[in-house]
Design a protein around this ligand. Structure first.
Ligand SMILES: [Zn+2]
Length: 395
C-alpha cells in the first residue's frame, strides 16, 4: 500500500512563466522541464526546443523546491510513533498537501521494543518511497531537559543499544537525537557517524565544553536549537553557543512563533548563516487537523488554539506547524530573503541527512519536487516526483 498520486507524469511537462528560486538565485519567467519524475533541464538555461511538451502556465506564481522536514512526529490526526502504516500515510499525505515532499518520521521516547517494532513498520514506508527516513528522538535524552518525553522510559545512550535501534530500522534510520553528556553519549555519537547516521544533539543538559566534545566526535545537528537545552548565558554559553559557532553543525529551528521569539530566530539565522539553518515542524498529530486531546507516545497532550502542551505540567509538546506556515512566516514576518528561506526549508535539511543528490533544490537530475506559491506565499500547488499532489488551477 502506497499513496496513489492522481496525475502521473509520463511525458515531458514544462512549467512556464513563474518566478523560480534556484540555487544560483531567483529567475523571473523561468521554465522548469520535467520528465520521468525528474527535472530535465536547468531552469536557468532551458533547452531551445521542448518538443511536444505539455506546458503549464504559472505566470504570477513563485516556484520553490519541495519542503524537506526532517523532524516531524505526525499530522492529520495520526502519529508516526504509534500509528499503523495506514495512519502514518494519512499524516504523510496531510503534510504533503502543505508542501512537504520529503518527510522523515520522528518517534518519541517509548520502550525499546515498541520503538524497534515501529521502526520496522516505518522502514517499509521508506522502502516504498513514502517516507525519506526515520529519526529517533529519545529515549537517549536528559531527564533535566525531557520536554514532552516520558521520564520513566529514558535511558543512557549505551552504544550497543543505539546500534540495536539503528539496525531495527533496516537502513532507514537517518538521524538520532541524543544528550551527549550522558554516559555513553560521545561513544554513541562516534558510532552513529561511523554508521552513516546523523547524530543530533538535543534534549541535553550539556555544558559548552561537553557539546564541543560531541561535535568533535561527529555530531552535525542541533535538535530544535534553544528548545530543551540550557539557555545561552554570558558566562555559561552552553550548547547554544557551541552549536551555533561550529561550521560543521546545522541548527534546527521551529519557526511557528511559539517555540522561539522572532528576535531569537533572527539572531540564530544571522549567527549560523543561511546555509546552516534547517526549519523543522516538530509537528505532532494535531498538525493539519485541529485542537483537542492527543497521545504523544505514552503521554497525553492538549492542543488549544494550535499550541500543543502536555496535559500534565504544561510543557510544550511539539507543534501543530506545517512547513508552508514556517516558510510563509520566514519570508513575511521574519523578513528572511526568499533564497535564504528556501535554503532553510529545503536545501539544508536535505544535506544534513544525506539526501542532497535527490532533493532540496531545483536542479537537473533531481526529483521534480516543488511547491507553487501565490503572491501571499500561500501554497497553490504541490508536485512530487513529477506528479501533482495538488494541481494548480490551470491543470
Ligand atoms: Zn520532536
Amino acid at each position: 500500500m502506497a499513496i496513489e498520486t492522481t496525475t502521473q507524469a509520463a511525458r515531458r511537462t514544462v512549467l512556464a512563466g513563474a518566478r523560480v528560486v534556484l540555487p544560483s538565485g531567483v529567475v523571473d519567467g523561468g521554465r522548469i522541464a520535467i520528465e520521468g519524475g525528474r527535472i530535465a533541464a536547468d531552469p536557468a538555461t532551458p533547452a531551445a526546443s521542448e518538443g511536444d511538451a505539455a506546458t503549464v502556465d504559472l505566470t504570477g506564481y513563485t516556484v520553490v523546491p519541495g519542503f524537506v522536514d526532517v523532524h516531524n512526529h505526525g499530522g492529520g490526526g495520526a502519529s508516526f510513533t504509534s500509528g499503523t502504516a495506514e495512519e502514518v500515510l494519512v499524516g504523510v499525505r496531510t503534510h504533503r498537501e502543505h508542501g512537504t515532499t520529503t518527510l522523515v518520521a520522528s518517534t518519541v521516547t517509548e520502550n525499546l521494543d515498541v520503538l524497534a517494532r515501529q521502526a520496522a513498520l516505518l522502514s517499509e514506508l521508506v522502502e516504498q518511497g513514502d517516507l525519506a527516513g526515520i529519526h529517533y528522538e529519545g529515549p537517549f535524552i536528559s531527564p533535566c531537559r525531557k520536554g514532552a518525553h516520558d521520564e520513566t522510559l529514558l535511558r543512557h545512550p549505551e552504544p550497543a543499544t543505539v546500534r540495536k535501534l539503528v539496525e531495527a530500522g533496516r537502513g532507514a534510520v537517518r538521524m538520532v537525537t541524543l544528550a551527549s553528556e550522558l554516559p555513553g553519549g560521545v561513544e554513541s555519537v562516534r558510532l552513529l557517524a561511523e554508521l552513516g547516521v546523523t547524530a543530533a544533539v538535543g534534549h541535553t543538559d550539556a555544558t559548552y565544553e561537553q557539546t564541543r566534545e560531541a561535535v568533535e566526535a561527529g555530531a552535525t545537528v542541533a535538535t530544535h536549537l534553544f528548545n530543551a537545552m540550557p539557555p545561552l548565558l554570558h558566562r555559561a554559553p552552553g550548547p547554544v553557543a557551541a552549536l551555533l559557532e561550529d561550521e560543521r553543525v546545522t541548527v534546527e529551528l521551529v519557526n511557528d512563533g511559539v517555540h522561539l521569539h522572532p528576535s531569537v530566530l533572527g539572531l540564530a539565522f544571522g549567527s549560523a548563516g543561511a546555509d546552516r539553518v534547517a526549519f523543522i515542524t516538530d509537528a505532532m498529530d494535531a498538525a493539519g487537523f485541529g485542537d483537542g486531546m492527543y497521545d504523544l507516545g505514552p503521554l497525553k497532550v492538549q492542543v488549544v488554539d494550535g499550541v500543543a502542551r502536555l496535559a500534565e505540567g504544561g510543557s510544550i509538546a511539539g507543534s501543530t506547524l506545517t512547513m508552508d506556515k514556517a516558510f510563509k512566516r520566514a519570508v513575511t514576518v521574519d523578513r528572511i530573503p526568499l533564497p535564504d528561506a528556501v535554503r532553510a526549508i529545503a536545501t539544508n535539511p536535505a544535506r544534513m541527512i544525506g539526501l542532497s543528490d535527490r532533493v532540496g533544490s531545483l536542479e537537473p537530475g533531481k526529483d521534480a519536487d516543488l511547491v507553487v506559491l501565490d503572491a501571499a506565499f500561500d501554497v497553490v500547488a504541490v508536485m512530487r516526483r513529477g506528479a501533482w499532489i495538488t494541481p494548480p488551477p490551470s491543470v
